[in-house]
Design a protein around this ligand. Structure first.
Ligand SMILES: Nc1ncnc2c1ncn2[C@@H]1O[C@H](COP(=O)(O)OP(=O)(O)OP(=O)(O)O)[C@@H](O)[C@H]1O
Length: 238
């Protein structure tokens, strides 16, 4: 049962467990996300990152443990998950109460650079545009927390970079906290205040990322942190 966390924390997870048959994927994982903090969740393929995120998003009734998340959170997956039979603005406004829903949806679309595409159908958008709409849909309720599961993982490198910059701007403007599941060490280092490494069903390492913002791959300090994380993930420098 999720309840509201107290104090400076947006998320508090204690003793999170999830097994599929005999395979224990999450084995008592603990983590926190502070208010307005961006936390990257890294880990090898199959380490349980998506399982953890789904549990936090309330999508996995079989996960056990103490999970506290705010009342308002938005979720973005690797696939945009837009409803193809609804226009873009109606996808973003979905479930919003009241007569102002469309106005709010168009404002959120403007924030992601798609203010003029509200009447388009999802099929008319590129992959990057579709993910922008997914971000707008997650943002439209002004959530305290975004849960992001490889949100840019399916995009080409340039589009991914633009989306990372967009996420950074939105975070500066709105101050939401985020838990960002990613395979991409550079993405974690560009965006996150802290990186967590999931291994053996628990958070095996927690790395504060104190690099000044705005960040760039060429910044001093970036390479050392990248090497450390890659090494931790079993990809040592050659
Ligand atoms: N519905 C399911 N039924 C059975 N096993 C599952 C199910 N969902 C996940 N698993 C298993 O749980 C483990 C963790 O999966 P999960 O998708 O959380 O890992 P991940 O770290 O997100 O991986 P990747 O980085 O490859 O996306 C994997 O071994 C996976 O096969």
């Amino acid at each position: 049962m999720a309840t509201r966390p107290a104090g400076d924390l947006t998320v508090r997870v204690t003793g999170l467990r999830r097994a599929f048959g005999d395979t224990v994927v999450l084995d008592g994982a603990d983590l926190t996300v502070g208010r307005g903090e961006v936390v990257a969740l890294l880990g090898g393929s199959g380490s349980g990152k998506s399982t953890l995120l789904r549990a936090l998003a309330g999508l996995d009734p079989e996960a056990t443990g103490d999970i506290t998340v705010p009342d308002s959170y938005g979720v973005v997956f690797q696939e945009h998950r837009l409803l193809p039979w609804k226009r873009v603005a109606d996808n973003v406004a979905l479930g919003l109460p009241g007569a102002g829903a469309r106005t709010r949806a168009l404002a959120a679309l403007t924030e992601v650079g798609l203010g003029d595409r509200g009447d388009a159908w999802p099929a008319e958008l590129s992959g990057g545009q579709s993910q922008r709409v997914a971000v707008a849909r997650a943002l439209v309720r002004e959530p305290e927390l975004l849960l992001l599961d490889e949100p840019f993982g399916a995009l080409d490198a340039l589009t991914r970079l633009r989306m990372q910059q967009l996420l950074q701007r939105l975070r500066d403007r709105h101050g939401f906290a985020a838990l960002l599941v990613t395979h991409d060490v550079d993405e974690a280092l560009l965006l996150a205040d802290r990186a967590l490494v999931l291994e053996g069903g628990r958070i095996a390492e927690e790395l504060p990322i104190g690099l000044p913002r705005p960040r760039h791959q060429d910044d001093p300090g970036f390479g050392g942190l990248r090497r450390h994380l890659l090494d931790r993930l079993g990809v040592p420098a050659v």
